[in-house]
Write a protein that binds this ligand. Structure first.
Ligand SMILES: Nc1nc2c(ncn2[C@@H]2O[C@H](COP(=O)(O)OP(=O)(O)OP(=O)(O)O)[C@@H](O)[C@H]2O)c(=O)[nH]1
Ligand SMILES: [Mg+2]
Length: 377
């Protein structure tokens, strides 16, 4: 994941580094010119007022001062080159070798990474969020000539993490354990990966000592029940089913009843999708939700579909209400735009990313790790 975005961001950071360094060099040059001017002026004044016998001594003193200034600058350059030292912000550091980042600088930084993010399907509102985060982190910060690459890189990393919301694996497990049976409704368009994700979740629950049961509430698509039963048999999990064409809400209701009497820990309700989000699907899902009263409604979306999946999530959230998302097919998604956008747009966390077709291919979503992964080699 993020194959394209990683290279683009790296190029952008190099370009930002060059631009900021140029800016800083310009400032240093200006500062040096100013100093030269003052010294020259002093010399002229001296020539005018000072007795010839004192001149030599004063000239020596000026030479000495110049030497000291130059030594101080060299010392500072050497210091800032050593990684980590830039954090020791002494008064010396705040001198001419550091540049105070302006709003214009941040706009330049943002415009460099904006195209990288846009090309990789990151939603516009998320870009605005990242810009805001960058401004809050960078404006007014003093950055040394030699340390600015790492500093800017970190600010971009934190700004990306700042627009992501993660559910957290530990919270997810403790939420599930807080109620018995914990009912999870899984929704999404057809082919998004709902059924496969339910099978993966069953494996996850079993390995965390929780017993799941599945409600085969997709009574719409041909072979959906058999597909679910194949997974369930492999995982040794029970499926509660009716016939094709039966009321999905009734299947969900029966599964919860079963889980109650069999003391199962989690009920996972598999639902049907449609090629587009039509009125029938929405009505069907609304009814399932009303009857099953889920503790958690999870939207499963195909990460590969970029902006489309983000729009679907918005519609499902508005019509049915979602509590969190799982994005499947992150293993084949080279862009990562949906992963970066969905939680900011829906304001709901991502729990897992699906990273393959195996039962273990489900990784808990972590915002810091995701942002670091984009910025690091
Ligand atoms: N590479 C990869 N493929 C996945 C992943 N998750 C699901 N798939 C594949 O995507 C296809 C569709 O998955 P399903 O689980 O049947 O999707 P669904 O949402 O239940 O589809 P409908 O029941 O038709 O609505 C299958 O071939 C899965 O193996 C994933 O994380 N990575
Ligand atoms: Mg399915």
């Amino acid at each position: 994941m993020f194959d394209f975005i990683k290279k683009k961001i790296k190029d952008s950071i190099n370009s930002i580094q060059k631009k900021l360094s140029k800016e800083e060099e310009k400032e240093i040059l200006e500062e040096e010119n100013k100093e030269e001017k003052i010294l020259k002026q002093d010399k002229v004044e001296l020539k005018k007022d000072i007795l010839p016998e004192d001149k030599k001594e004063i000239n020596e003193e000026i030479k000495e001062i110049k030497k000291e200034v130059s030594e101080l600058k060299n010392e500072e350059k050497a210091e800032t080159k050593v990684e980590g030292k830039e954090q020791k912000s002494s008064a010396k550091k705040k001198s001419i070798l550091s540049h105070s980042i302006t709003e214009e600088d941040v706009e330049m930084i943002y415009s460099e990474i904006k195209s990288a993010l846009l090309e990789n399907n990151v939603a516009l509102s998320v870009l605005e969020g990242i810009e805001k985060e960058l401004k809050a982190r960078l404006i007014g910060q003093s950055v040394s000539v030699f340390g600015n690459k790492k500093y800017v890189e970190n600010a971009i990393k934190e700004s990306i993490a700042g627009v992501l919301i993660a559910y957290g694996k530990e919270k997810f497990i403790s939420d599930i354990k807080s109620k018995k049976p914990f009912v999870i409704l899984v929704i999404g368009v057809n082919g998004a990966g709902k059924t496969t994700t339910i099978a993966k979740l069953c494996k996850f629950f079993l390995s965390n000592g929780l017993k799941p049961v599945i409600a085969a509430a997709d009574t719409f698509r041909a072979a959906s029940i058999e597909q679910l039963e194949i997974h369930a048999k492999r995982l040794n999990v029970q499926v509660i089913k009716h016939t094709y064409g039966a009321d999905p809400a009734a299947v969900a209701f029966d599964a919860i009843k079963h889980a109650n009497s069999a003391k199962e820990d989690v009920v996972l309700i598999d639902t049907a999708g449609r090629s587009d989000i039509n009125k029938n699907l929405i009505e069907e899902l609304k009814k399932v939700k009303k009857v099953s009263k889920p503790d958690l409604t999870i939207f499963v979306g195909d990460a590969l579909t970029g902006n489309d999946v983000v729009k679907q999530a918005e519609v499902f959230n508005k019509e049915i209400g979602i509590d969190a998302s799982i994005l499947s097919k992150a293993d084949v998604d080279k862009k990562g735009g949906a992963v970066l956008s969905i939680s900011y747009v829906t304001r709901k966390p991502i729990i897992f990313l699906g990273t393959g077709q195996g039962y273990d291919d489900l990784i808990p979503f972590n915002k810091e790790r995701t942002a670091s992964f984009i910025l690091n080699d």
